[in-house]
Design a protein around this ligand. Structure first.
Ligand SMILES: [Zn+2]
Length: 936
């Protein structure tokens, strides 16, 4: 097995101190402490014919089977028509819960809780052992190792290629139970758990080893039904833990050759694949590489990572739309109503951790920080609960999204149990290879590390992620290489002091600072990384941006469901960060102009926008002066020239800033010149306008320090604390120096302007291109959508003659813009206006208009449950804006949001159930009704 570059620490070596992470951790520890083990075991006991002790299963997908359902053996299933079934994934949630109990036990912050959780692990393992024995004693199953909360028939039906619907991912559930047992062994020392899992592994081998490769290939390619979670991973773990090599062979029986072969050779076949089905297998492939040395496994995993990050990854670390991966490179291009299933990120974090351990490559640590801080921490609702994990299923990224919390018994409810009790597992990594001690600090999370074997202790004091930096008390003796991660988000320099003295470091964002020295106990290391506000463009659409403050993705609160605008051009610094003061209010939000921002990790209930649309009206830059923010008093350098768009919709400023920022002022000025040439060449700017833009760039403050001198983005002078100190030091001479500074600034301006204008685009066009106005006849609704067809009046004026004005809707043909308003029906439309004057000067204007005139339509279905009950399911469709919510009301109930099928008892009288749905545009369906008959 290859030796890892960097190894993580066991959970009990790291203690978390109070932070935003312990908020979620403590809420989950509460659930771990109070939730009864009998409820988790109920589905297993019922299936094995044991007393359920009156306990109710958790619910959701984790519920009893159909009352008529039997614990059929492999060949006893009478077929779908004859055998009603229900909740065929049962047992999976119990497996995750056992993992959670074991992880929480290992990392428990105090001894009483630790002992209580150990007791619950043992109680649960003992319960599963009794179930496994009872199933074996029944003589019904193919091997005494069989353990499930349903019969063995689902596995044989999978071999018969039964679809999802008839069965539901039996090996997925098997994996969760085995993983829970192995966690109980590894983190809570239960040998019984290892024995149960080994029995299950032998049963799996018995089933799969007799099948042909073709049959297995067809099984694992089945959508959902063939989903096997990390079966390959737990079997590799079993091989290592028991020393039985046969489990490696069993693990290989889960290989999906079509995926492995394609991706190992660099072919991207992920479009349309079920994200979590395949993400969970990647850790197993890594383990198989370690145990077999076969390069194909590692090549496939590393290549898949690169196909997903960053090209298919949203700002908070999630991927996928409606559980499926989209086309390569599509982020903005794959935003729908249901992005970013939390299970996928759970698996991607495990993968990032494993790949970091193998390579020491900081890009995996960068992903880890982004995804754990934003999607995972933000997936735990900030409420206490005695019976729900209160975690998200989807953490969507579309405008006006809501997080889908709760999730008792679902897949994300299961992985969500584990996510929040192991925040300490990737803060630090270590190595003692070749006798050289190295310690990586990957996350600046308030914590204490005890590296007992090396007699090293590190205490981190920080308010991260609300503070950019950390104070580390290092108790170590002798040679140690302390590697401090400089996150990729760091802009404007990073400083390090040791015992108060500055240390010269080469701090490159996305790399490590190495502090290798002879340590004495009690050394204090401080790392400071200013938390800058950044506007980060989506990789495939520079006009769609997220606002990020250090590691935190900010969400703009709004119930609108069309893109919110943000105009930040005149705040933008050289490195792309925004020079604007952000003050946190008592409720934990920030205000930026009209926007109310909250951290993605808040766990709040508010509707939010993760992505915003850049909408700067004119080409403008930050002003010159001490600061460029709106309150700094510096006049923005506004060219007065409209921020024109290319035919693809990219505006001048989008194109200019598409890489996020610049390393130096000369580089910025060259880019302005280059973009001006491009836009003049396209006929979108006149030469005179280009010169106005160049003059504005020359007088702007972008990349200039207070003395008016161009500077380098990584210079320490840009550090907020550093500047503060400078100002104090030079305060006495500041007034006298002011005039001299202004003189320098003026000279530099004039020199830069002359250089730029000397290279300005030739006068292809003179005067201004036509000016275009697009005016809607009325404003859209508060959601940003029109509920009636939208009408736009297009007008254009030109200096030279009467302009030709044409309009195009979406990808349709160009049409002359008539005197009548342009009328737009249902859909999200991109309207492009093109105006050309008699001298061929051309102007493009792009507007996005969203129209949904019809409410959704809900259908209700009622399924009889015996003589006195009925199960009601409500399904709504809305093809234009999508369904926002369905609500229902029955006799004696209030209006409730529909989440999942509900049951009603039938009475002596008929009952009327009322229901209605609302779409994302805000259209409400007229109330519909469903009449339920009397009982009998
Ligand atoms: Zn899930």
């Amino acid at each position: 097995m290859p030796e890892p570059i960097a190894e993580p620490f066991p959970l009990d070596a790291v203690t978390l101190h109070d932070s935003v992470f312990t908020r979620a951790r403590d809420q989950m520890l509460h659930l771990a402490r109070v939730y009864p083990v009998d409820r988790l075991l109920a589905v297993f006991r019922a299936n094995a014919g044991l007393d359920t002790r009156g306990a109710l299963p958790p619910g959701g997908w984790e519920d009893f089977g159909h009352p008529d359902e039997q614990a059929w053996g492999p060949d006893e299933y009478p077929g779908r028509e004859a055998a009603p079934t229900a909740n065929l994934l049962r047992g999976h949630y119990a497996g995750h819960f056992l993992s959670m109990l074991a992880l929480a036990h290992a990392g428990a912050p105090e001894a009483g809780l630790k002992a209580a959780l150990k007791g619950k692990v043992d109680e649960m393992v003992e319960g599963l052992r009794e179930v496994q024995e009872a199933l074996a004693a029944s003589g019904r199953y193919s091997h005494p190792g069989f353990l499930a909360a349903y019969g063995e028939w689902q596995f044989s039906r999978l071999e018969g290629l039964a679809p999802y619907g008839e069965i539901w991912a039996p090996y997925y559930t098997c994996h969760k139970i085995m993983a829970g047992l192995l966690d109980a062994y590894r983190h809570a020392g239960s040998r019984t758990a290892l024995e149960i899992a080994a029995g299950m592994g032998r049963w799996v081998h018995g089933r799969l080893s007799v099948l042909s490769a073709d049959q297995r290939r067809d099984m694992w390619a089945l959508y959902i039904a063939g989903e096997a979670g990390g079966m390959n991973e737990v079997l590799c773990d079993l091989a290592v833990l028991t020393g039985d090599k046969q489990f490696v062979e069993t693990a290989r029986l889960f290989d999906l050759d079509s995926l492995l072969d394609a991706t190992a050779s660099g072919r991207d076949v992920l479009d349309g694949m079920h994200a979590n089905q395949h993400a969970a297998t990647l850790l197993g492939y890594l383990a198989l590489h370690d145990l077999t040395g076969e390069a194909r496994y590692l090549d496939a995993v590393v290549n898949i990572w690169d196909m997903l990050v960053p090209g298919r990854t949203y700002a908070h670390g999630g991927s996928g739309e409606n559980e499926l991966w989209g086309p390569a490179g599509a982020v903005a291009g794959d935003i729908g109503n249901r992005n970013a299933e939390t299970c996928v990120t759970y698996n991607m974090l495990k993968l990032a951790r494993a790949l970091f351990g193998r390579t020491g490559d900081p890009r995996y640590a960068d992903y880890y920080e982004r995804a754990v801080t934003n999607q995972v921490l933000g997936s735990r609702h900030d409420v206490d609960s005695d019976d729900s994990p209160e975690v998200t299923y989807m953490f969507p990224v579309n405008p006006g999204a809501l997080r889908e919390y709760d999730n008792v018994g679902t897949c994300c409810g299961g992985t969500g149990l584990e996510n929040h009790v192991k925040y300490q597992d990737s803060v630090y990594f270590r190595s003692v290879r070749g006798g050289e001690r190295a310690l990586w600090v990957n996350l600046y999370v308030a914590s204490t590390l005890r590296w007992a074997e090396q007699d090293v202790r590190v205490v981190q004091e920080t308010a991260y992620p609300l503070e950019g930096g950390s104070r580390l008390l290092v108790d170590a003796t002798g040679d140690l290489d302390l590697r401090l991660r400089v996150p990729g988000w760091v802009a404007g320099g990073c400083t390090v002091t040791v015992d108060g003295s500055p240390v010269a470091v080469d701090a490159v964002p996305g790399q490590y600072i190495s502090l290798r020295r002879d340590w004495v106990p009690g050394t204090v290391v401080e790392i400071s990384m200013p938390l800058a506000l950044r506007e980060v463009p989506a990789p495939d659409d520079a006009s769609l941006v997220t606002l990020e403050l250090g590691p935190t993705v900010l969400l703009a609160r709004s119930a609108a469901t069309t893109w919110l605008p943000v105009a930040a051009a005149t705040w933008r610094r050289l490195d792309g960060t925004l020079d604007v003061p952000l003050n946190r209010a008592d409720d934990g939000t920030w205000r930026l102009g009209d926007l109310v921002l909250e951290p993605a990790w808040s766990g709040s209930d508010a509707r939010y926008h993760m992505y915003l649309r850049r909408t700067d009206a004119r080409i403008a830059f930050a002003g010159a002066g001490a600061g460029a923010g709106p309150d700094a008093g510096a006049e923005p350098a506004d060219s007065g020239v409209p921020n024109v768009a290319r035919r693809d919709g990219g505006t001048f400023l989008d194109v200019l800033w598409s890489d996020g920022g610049f390393a130096s002022r000369p580089e910025f000025l060259r880019a302005v010149l280059r973009t001006a040439h491009e836009f003049v060449g396209l006929g979108l700017l006149s030469a005179a306008e280009a010169r106005d833009v160049l003059r504005a760039a020359a007088r702007s403050g972008v990349g200039r320090d207070a003395r008016g001198v161009g500077r380098d983005a990584r210079g320490v002078g840009r550090d907020a604390r550093g500047v503060g100190r400078d100002t104090r030091d030079v305060g006495s001479i500041a007034d006298g120096a002011e005039a001299a500074r202004e003189e320098v600034s003026r000279e530099e301006n004039a020199r830069e302007e002359a250089t730029l204008l000397a290279e300005a685009p030739a006068a292809v066009l003179t005067g201004s291109a036509p000016r275009v106005e697009v005016v809607p006849s009325k404003m859209p609704s508060v959601t940003g959508w029109y509920h009636q067809p939208a009408e736009l009046t297009v007008t254009a004026r030109a200096d030279a003659g009467e302009p030709t004005v044409e309009v195009r809707v979406d990808d349709g043909p160009w049409q002359p813009a008539g005197a009548k308003p342009l009328r737009l029906g249902d859909g999200v439309h991109t309207v492009t206006v093109r105006a050309v004057d008699s001298e061929e000067r051309e102007r493009h204007v792009v507007r996005e208009v969203s129209v949904d005139t019809t409410p959704p339509v809900t259908t209700a279905t009622a399924r009889r449950l015996g003589p006195r009950g009925v199960e009601i399911n409500l399904a709504a469709t809305d093809d234009v804006s999508g369904v926002d919510s369905i609500r229902w009301k029955g006799p004696d109930t209030f209006w409730a949001t529909f989440r999942e099928p509900f049951t009603r008892a039938l009475g002596d009288e008929p009952q009327v159930i009322e229901f209605t749905a609302t779409d994302r545009a805000g259209n409400e369906e007229p109330i519909r009704t469903l009449e339920l008959p009397p009982a009998g």
